[in-house]
Write a protein that binds this ligand. Structure first.
Ligand code: MN
Ligand code: MN
Length: 298
């Protein structure tokens, strides 16, 4: 597997950055400070973020990143999912940690971590995706919580975060597949409380974007913006704050809105717990090999 070295390096960096984020006391910091400091750390280790750092608070399960100038401050009762992607030549390590400073959330965090370690323990060439979902669900149930049913892990490919295969967080509804050799997969249980819905819906906020088509829209500003995005991020997700070094914030928003309307770029909505209950997450990326599984973000 030619890509293995890049995966291992990306994984090591992602793991270091995640552990630093876990140890840090984030109360009083803004979401913007957290995103920028993590993304800066990734670059200082000579890699690139594979997507904007996700900083999803409380009932937001995933897909929130800091807006340009985001002033949202972490409070001591919050539960914060920090989801980090590191890429080297497009090979992606995807990992997440949940931080909280109120003991009332600790069980939720431990349940996600335990479900993840059980899942990676059984994940090897030939393991059925349904069996991974089953062990995740039953581990979470032992803690007295419930998994988010409609969020899942995923296969990864070069420059592609969701590469077609889904690894469920529940005993499967529908089709199961067996893990193949020399593939990268992210496994990521999400946990909510007993009175949560166990399902997320799409929220109104959308602040993570990705290219879907490079077809020019025949408006010079927008086409130039589209080419800049392609040069910088290819098909990987990006944030508007990653473009404010060359454009005014107002201009970036205007161009992004236009390109979303023209369907050249896609804006991912935040994902919110159905009953508005808090959510935790843990995530590792693994590489399956005939000789055993590498947990590259361990
Ligand atoms: Mn992730
Ligand atoms: Mn993931």
């Amino acid at each position: 597997m030619d890509s293995l070295d890049s995966y291992l390096r990306a994984g090591r960096i992602a793991s270091e950055v995640r552990e630093n984020a876990r140890r840090k006391y984030h109360v009083g910091s803004t979401l913007l400070q957290i995103c920028e400091s993590i993304e800066h750390e990734i670059k200082s280790k000579t890699a690139e973020p594979a997507f904007p750092v996700n900083v999803s608070l409380n009932e937001i399960a995933a897909h929130y990143t800091a807006e340009p100038g985001d002033q949202t401050v972490v409070k001591d009762g919050d539960i914060l999912k920090i989801d980090i992607g590191v890429q080297i030549q497009g090979y992606i390590a995807d990992t997440a940690v949940t931080v909280c400073y109120d003991p009332k959330h600790e069980g939720l965090v431990r349940a996600a971590e335990a479900a993840l370690s059980e899942a990676v323990r059984i994940a090897r060439v030939g393991t059925k995706s349904g069996d991974i979902g089953k062990i995740i669900e039953s581990t979470i149930a032992k803690f007295g919580y419930r998994p988010i049913q409609n969020l899942s892990g995923h296969s990864l490919q070069q420059y592609t975060i969701h590469a077609g295969r889904s690894i469920p967080n529940i005993r499967t509804i529908g089709s199961s597949f067996s893990l193949a050799a020399n593939e990268a997969y992210a496994i990521e249980p999400f946990v909510t409380t007993k009175d949560g819905h166990g399902v997320v819906y799409e929220g109104r906020i959308r602040n993570i974007y990705g290219i879907t088509s490079r077809k020019p829209v025949k408006e010079p500003d927008a086409d130039e913006f589209l080419e800049k995005i392609w040069e910088r991020f290819r098909t990987l997700p990006f944030a508007l704050r990653w473009m404010t070094d060359i454009y005014e914030e107002k201009k970036v928003r205007q161009l992004a809105d236009l390109l979303v309307r023209k369907r050249n770029i896609h804006a991912y909505p935040i994902l919110v717990e159905g009953n508005g209950k808090v959510v935790s997450q843990a995530e590792h990326t693994i590489i399956t090999k005939d000789t055993g599984t590498d947990i590259i973000t361990l």
